[in-house]
Ligand binder design. Structure first.
Ligand SMILES: *Cc1c(COP(=O)(O)O)cnc(C)c1O
Length: 408
């Protein structure tokens, strides 16, 4: 993905920054829009994955809806041109202020996570003489087979309504006149790469929608959430998710009745591969047991490795360039003329702990990363950083806010 021209560009820029490949983003959006259109599926972009203005403007331009988890995201989505009729609002802890603002903005649907929340939304809607459209977020107790820190659909997780609470939900829906019941919602976790998980989810959803229909609560919207994973290990081989296979699972296994709409909320799968975090080596510390590469970026720019042990490919672009030059190396012949010597050796790989500058011991991108011998000033890229990267940047240690650079 990265060539010599890009390295020259990066060398001339102040680091650290997020580099956005807007062409790859466009291709990814195109692929998702095409694959979902095969089945008339509706896709909402999960705003929390990345709300860089250029990124969300691009996503909006493809006609996706927005999946929001805070009042700020609802506001940003509408300000960036997302159709209010395609905005959904989830979250276990919606405040009264957030609910009121979303009511004023007349969003498509509240994905409600408890009986108590149903009552509050009803009361707030009543005070405004409005009706709120709601879907029930159900915790289906389906194992997402992903990292335990990013699984959300098990009974031990805080999200959604557990199935034993559904009778209380049905009763509440019958008694709350300022709510309009739209359907059921699920989101069982993130970075899901095993598609059989989604098949299991479909089976549960089919049972649950039956349960609602039997209680005279017809379902118009089936919202299956997001969570489709990306390839963090081989970003160049698999830059775009297999959206066709993903949507096909739902087409094959979900029981969709006439007139029902099927909705999704994808975040990571749409944006992860289109950004890298670009930084420079500040210092190389060689110890007896350890070699440290100390970067000018750390957990304040990209916290995923420190927060949930996430893996990212880490490359030394400057080192790669040196290896390339050496492999096709220029050597002098007997007369002193420069000649190419293709057989000249490959520079040795060294293991480094790649760490940031923050005053926390956990501020480490990864231990024992094999890289070409590295020097102060080398450009290091952390790949697949477009999802849950820039959005989680913080000002800890009173550091400058991370910058963004775009391919166009
Ligand atoms: C975070 C989130 C998503 C998106 O998850 P990804 O793994 O990024 O696809 C979708 N729906 C809800 C309710 C979420 O909280």
């Amino acid at each position: 993905m990265f060539n010599t021209n890009i390295l020259t560009r990066f060398n001339n820029l102040e680091t650290p920054f997020y580099y956005y490949d807007l062409d790859l983003l466009a291709q990814t959006l195109q692929a998702c829009a095409y694959a979902s259109a095969q089945y008339n599926f509706h896709v909402h972009y999960a705003m929390k994955a990345n709300f860089n203005p250029k990124v969300i403007d691009k996503i909006q331009s493809y006609g996706f809806g927005a999946d929001c988890v805070s009042g700020g995201e609802v506001k940003a989505a509408i300000e960036h041109g997302f159709d209010k009729g395609k905005v959904v609002f989830a979250g276990v802890g919606k405040s009264d202020k957030e609910i009121n603002e979303a009511l004023d903005r007349e969003i498509f649907c509240f994905n409600v996570e408890s009986v108590q929340e149903l009552q509050i939304i009803n009361d707030l809607a009543k005070a405004k003489n409005k009706t709120a459209s709601v879907a029930i977020r159900i915790n289906p107790n389906v194992d997402a087979h992903t990292h335990h820190f990013i699984t959300t659909g098990l009974e031990e997780n805080k999200f959604g309504v557990n199935t034993w609470e559904l009778p209380a939900v049905a009763e509440a829906l019958g008694q709350l006149p300022n709510l309009q019941f739209l359907g059921i919602h699920f989101h069982i976790g993130s970075q899901i790469t095993d598609l059989s998980v989604y098949k299991n989810l479909c089976v549960r959803v089919n049972e649950l929608q039956q349960w609602f229909e039997e209680r005279n609560l017809p379902i118009k919207v089936l919202n299956l959430g997001g969570g489709l994973g990306v390839d963090y290990y081989e970003p160049d081989e698999n830059p775009i998710c297999d959206f066709a296979s993903y949507f096909k699972v739902f087409n094959d296994f979900l029981n969709v009745k006439p007139g029902q709409e099927v909705h999704f909320e994808l975040g990571r799968a749409l944006v992860a591969q289109s950004a890298s975090l670009v930084s420079r080596v500040l210092y190389v510390k060689n110890g007896i047991k350890k070699n440290f590469l100390i970067l000018d970026a750390g957990m304040t720019e990209l916290i995923r490795p420190m927060l949930y042990q996430a893996y990212h490919v880490i490359e030394n672009l400057s080192g790669k360039e040196r290896v390339k030059n050496q492999e096709s190396g220029i050597k002098n012949d007997e007369s002193g003329k420069e000649v190419l010597s293709p057989e000249s050796g490959i520079l040795s790989l060294i293991k480094y702990d790649v760490v940031g500058p923050i005053c926390e011991s956990t501020d480490c991108f990864r231990k024992d990363v094999e890289l070409p011998e590295s020097y102060r000033g080398d450009i290091i890229v952390v790949r697949t950083a477009g999802a849950y990267g820039e959005v989680m940047a913080s000002g800890y240690n009173l550091r400058d806010r991370v910058q963004s650079v775009y391919s166009e």
